[in-house]
Design a protein around this ligand. Structure first.
Ligand SMILES: [Zn+2]
Length: 173
């Protein structure tokens, strides 16, 4: 992976031949995007996560294994957290199951986020939105219920599994 424009453009290596894979994230200018110079269309981290989740589900269907299953849960958790942040910064509470988040089928056509019913168009200035996002971060309810993939029990299971696998390797199995 080579960084072309930090945060926005990357060249990804390919296997089995030469194939240029340019990953371009949307770039915008303004108060919400400090340091950005220039703008261009592009995708989002959430869309890339959706592709990674789908691919992982595919390969896990070919040869199922516990590591891939748990990795899918972590990718889903990352997607949930990013969409949860977006909802919070837009004054919403994210209400969507992981299926809806992973498919992205119900994304808002304006802001690209799941759970937005078009209210993003009625928002005031980007400066007040930025301020609301910063303030809300301190009021975040850490006891809020998250979807199953975000459940820390998954991490506990993984640490137990990792230990068992390590012991099996040591035993030469
Ligand atoms: Zn929207």
């Amino acid at each position: 992976m080579k960084v072309i424009d930090p945060g926005h453009e990357y060249l990804l290596d390919s296997l089995d031949g030469e194939l240029v894979q340019r990953l371009t994230f949307v770039k915008r200018e303004g108060e919400k995007y400090p340091g950005n110079v220039g703008s261009h269309p592009g995708t989002t981290t959430q869309e890339v996560l959706r592709a990674l989740i789908q691919r992982s589900e595919y390969v896990n269907g070919q040869i199922p294994c516990p590591e891939t299953t748990l990795a899918i849960g972590l990718l889903q958790s990352a997607l949930y957290l990013l969409e949860s942040r977006a909802a919070r910064c837009h004054g919403r509470i994210l209400v969507a199951d992981i299926g809806a988040l992973a498919s992205g089928a119900s994304k808002c056509s304006d802001c690209g986020h799941v759970g937005c019913n078009g209210s993003c168009r009625k928002e005031s200035s980007s400066a007040s939105l930025l301020e609301a996002c910063k303030l809300a971060a301190y009021e975040f309810d850490l006891t809020a219920k998250a979807p199953e993939p975000f459940n820390p029990v998954g991490f506990a299971k993984y640490s137990g599994l990792a230990k068992q696998m390590e012991e099996a390797v040591k035993r030469g199995r």
